[in-house]
Design a binder for this molecule. Sequence first.
Ligand code: C5P
Length: 241
Amino acid sequence: MKTPPLPQLVVALDVDSSAKLNTELDRLPVELQWFKIGLEVFCAEGPAILEPLHARKSSIFLDLKLHDIPRTVERAVRSASTHRVNLLTIHASGGRAMIQAAANAAKEMAENGPKIIAVTALTSLQQSDLSDMGVARSMQDHVRALAHLAMDAGADGVVCSPLEAALLRADLGPDALLITPGIRAAGEAKGDQKRTLTAAEAVRAGATHLVVGRPILEAANPTESAARLLEEIRVAHGARA
Ligand code: C5P
């Protein structure tokens, strides 16, 4: 079996302005390649927020979680592609036609098209929320069903809890991108993250991109914290090869 590529550490730049984003970038090691831009700062600053990342030649995960009629999502993916981003999120619950529209739009943009990543169930949802929506199956079955739907409809991967990564890796095969937030060191403050694993455990479970925000941005020394995570990922990956 071929060795999977080195999983990437993606720093979630969860800030509300470009001034704060630039401050954070200055505090982080230059070898960090991947950054996540979310709705908060994208709505505040627009696509110009991506410029400092392009200047650094960074890889960009634009986490917009698109969910609309297929025609609108298709056009939004085309618009996002003009901003040169590498990963773009949509909601799998938008349905097969919407996922296909997003995937086709990204492929049409050839090398400018982002990989399309589907969100299955938001980590803020619990079983009672599924019941409220009329979904009777378990959270795990729901996540698996939506992950299969997304990949079948042409998505390149899914966002999942690191605790679901091993199951989804086995389900979806070796090529699916698995993006996992919810990474914490043993004993570290979890904040509002409920279902966490360490970076090494997420790598062993088959994650391809580990999204980490507060454990780096709120660390006393963000450079040290990021460097420690990069090393943990390298070692865990090396042990699998
Ligand atoms: O918790 P941390 O700051 O590392 O969060 C990194 C990313 O994880 C956030 O940008 C958000 O997308 C995601 N997140 C999540 N569930 C939470 C909190 C954050 O999936 N409860």
